[in-house]
Each structure stands twice: as structure tokens, then as C-alpha cells.
Design a protein around this ligand. Structure first.
Ligand code: HEM
Ligand code: HEM
Length: 194
């Protein structure tokens, strides 16, 4: 079994990184949405720190994933996919990559402009990206929120397309992003009655 992606399917490295990042975004996004309303205290500080550490992990995994994708290539579109759909899917994937970098980087910029400290799981400190700046702080904060909601919209569109391929077109688009054991064989079209 090869670790690389082939013309037919995503290899185990791309698959693992894909689903790990999906899970981390769900947790980090949920923490981001609830932490602002928490009562001030040690738990709030812990949750903010966890949000930032998970966000930085997503940033590192996005870089790793992009490097792997450049090295290992990508499968061809599923057979019978119209050209415009293949192109749109590729465009959406690059947009998702852009957002996977932009969301954590805007969070890091906000954190730096606000003058807050930054650690990765209490293991090491990370530098500020910019100096303290009240205007930039507000801009980066708004940007972080809006980029997050853009990621949600594009990811929902992308996930709906995957489910549509699986349930309606009944092709292998979703199956080739899943481990072999979970994969459903492509269902042949019903035989003609005449
Ligand atoms: C992909 C990763 C990330 C996601 C999905 C994410 C998501 C969010 C969300 C949904 C919010 C709440 C926005 C609002 O309603 O105001 C938020 C707030 C925040 N995020 Fe992130 N974030 C990520 C990465 C980061 C990183 C890497 C940092 C810092 C290094 C960070 C720092 C913050 C801070 C400080 C806030 C609070 C902003 C405020 O005071 O209103 N985030 N994030
Ligand atoms: C935060 C959520 C998500 C992000 C950021 C994301 C991102 C990506 C990216 C960048 C790719 C391109 C492949 C790569 O380079 O690794 C991809 C492929 C794929 N994703 Fe997602 N994804 C998300 C959620 C989902 C969900 C929920 C599903 C399924 C319901 C899904 C199904 C797929 C499939 C089937 C492919 C392969 C498409 C093909 O072969 O053309 N993704 N995803």
C-alpha cells in the first residue's frame, strides 16, 4: 500500500490529515463561539489558551498538509464528472486551504495586536506577529470572526457536494477520502428494462 495519493484515491496521509483537521476545526470553532460568554476566572483563561493552542495546531497541520499535497499530488476527478464541476471542486479546495491559513493567522494577529501572551499547550512561547495596536486589534478581531464564518459556509458547501456525490450520483468521491474498509463499491446503474 502506498502512502501517496494515486490517480484513483487519496492515500492514508491525506485522509488522516483531512479528518483530523475537520475534527479540530469543530472543537476550536465551538470553543471560540462559547468562550467569550464565560464568566471571568481561571476556566475562561484555560479555555482561551486551549482555543489558541488548537488553532495553532490547525495552522501547522495546514502547512504540513499543503506540503504533502504538493509532494503526493491529487487523484483525478471521479469518472463522468463534468469539467466545470472538477474545476469548481479544485477551486473550493484551494479556497479551503486559504481559509485554513487565514483564520488562525488572523487570530494570531489579533492576539498580538492586543498584547496577549501566546503559548502552545504551555510547552513554549510564540512571538507576537505585530506590535500592540488598537486599530489593528479591532480589524483583526472582526476579520477573525468573518473568516471563520466564511470557512463554515465554504466547508458546508464542500461537504454537501461530497454527500450529493455519495447519495445521489452514487460515485466514489467520498469513498476515496475514507479508509478502504469503509468504502462502498460504486453501484452500477440499473439495467435497462427494454
Ligand atoms: C482554525 C483555527 C481557529 C478557529 C476555527 C477559530 C475560531 C474562533 C471563533 C469562532 C471565535 C469567536 C469569534 C466571535 O464570535 O467573536 C474566535 C475568537 C478568538 N480567537 Fe480564534 N480561531 C482559530 C484560531 C485562533 C488562533 C490561532 C488564535 C491565537 C493565536 C485565536 C485567538 C482568538 C481570540 C483571542 C479570540 C477572542 C476574540 C475576542 O476577544 O472577541 N484563534 N476564534
Ligand atoms: C472544516 C471542514 C473541511 C475542510 C477545511 C476540508 C478541506 C478539504 C480539502 C482542502 C480537500 C482537498 C484535499 C486535500 O488536499 O487534502 C478536501 C477534500 C475532500 N473533502 Fe473535505 N474538508 C472539510 C470537511 C469535509 C466534510 C465534512 C466532508 C464530507 C462530508 C468532506 C469530504 C471531502 C471529500 C470527499 C474530499 C475529496 C474530494 C475529491 O476527491 O475531489 N470534507 N477537503
Amino acid at each position: 500500500m502506498t502512502l501517496r495519493n494515486t490517480d484513483e484515491r487519496w492515500g492514508p496521509v491525506s485522509q488522516s490529515l483531512h479528518w483530523l483537521v475537520v475534527a479540530l476545526i469543530l472543537v476550536t470553532g465551538t470553543l471560540g463561539l462559547v468562550m467569550g460568554d464565560m464568566r471571568n476566572g481561571p476556566s475562561k483563561i484555560e479555555i482561551y489558551a486551549l482555543h489558541k493552542s488548537l488553532g495553532l495546531t490547525i495552522l501547522a497541520l495546514a502547512a504540513l498538509r499543503l506540503a504533502w499535497r504538493m509532494h503526493a499530488g491529487a487523484p483525478l476527478p471521479a469518472p463522468a464528472t463534468p469539467r466545470w464541476q472538477g474545476r469548481f471542486a479544485t477551486f473550493t479546495h484551494w479556497l479551503l486551504y486559504g481559509l485554513l491559513f487565514a483564520v488562525p493567522l488572523s487570530g494570531w494577529t489579533f492576539n498580538s495586536a492586543a498584547g496577549y501572551p501566546l503559548q502552545w499547550f504551555k510547552l513554549f512561547n510564540l512571538p507576537a506577529l505585530v506590535a500592540r495596536d488598537v486599530e489593528l486589534r479591532q480589524l483583526a478581531r472582526d476579520l477573525h470572526e468573518w473568516l471563520f464564518w466564511s470557512l463554515v459556509v465554504v466547508a458546508l458547501l464542500h461537504a454537501s457536494a461530497a454527500v450529493y456525490h455519495h447519495l445521489v450520483l452514487r460515485d466514489d468521491t467520498l469513498g476515496r477520502m475514507l479508509p478502504h474498509a469503509w468504502r462502498r463499491r460504486a453501484v452500477p446503474p440499473p439495467l435497462s428494462q427494454d
